[in-house]
Write a protein that binds this ligand. Structure first.
Ligand code: FES
Length: 110
């Protein structure tokens, strides 16, 4: 499995750079395996809890894309902190073209 680099900006501004994120993994898996603060992944990636809410860096929005209808409904659960670049990171599967991706952990709103 090839590996790419992804940067998480934790709440408070601390940057966590992960250099061995596996292509094919979802971002929530990478975050929880590396103890990124604020990404809980309580539903295990089922798009049901909203505890993996992130903001995609504007430079990466076109690469990552937007949520599907199911994710969109779950994002409504975190409406207080939702922004146009909000995503649930369990729903983003890492691809080769995401090397260098940068995301910010959203404040908890549940
Ligand atoms: S881990 Fe529950 S919605 Fe992503």
């Amino acid at each position: 499995m090839s590996e790419i680099t992804i940067t998480f900006v934790e709440i408070g501004g601390t940057e966590k750079v992960i250099t061995d994120a596996g292509v094919g993994e979802n971002i929530m898996q990478v975050a929880t395996a590396n103890e990124v603060a604020g990404i809980l992944g309580e539903c295990g990636g089922g798009c049901a809890c909203g505890t993996c809410h992130i903001y995609v860096d504007p430079d990466w929005e076109s690469v990552v894309g937007g949520p599907n209808d199911v994710e969109d409904m779950t994002l409504d659960m975190v409406f207080e902190t939702r922004k146009p670049n909000s995503r649930l990171c369990c729903q983003i599967e890492l691809a080769e073209n995401m090397d260098g991706l940068r995301v910010t952990v959203a404040p908890e709103s549940l």
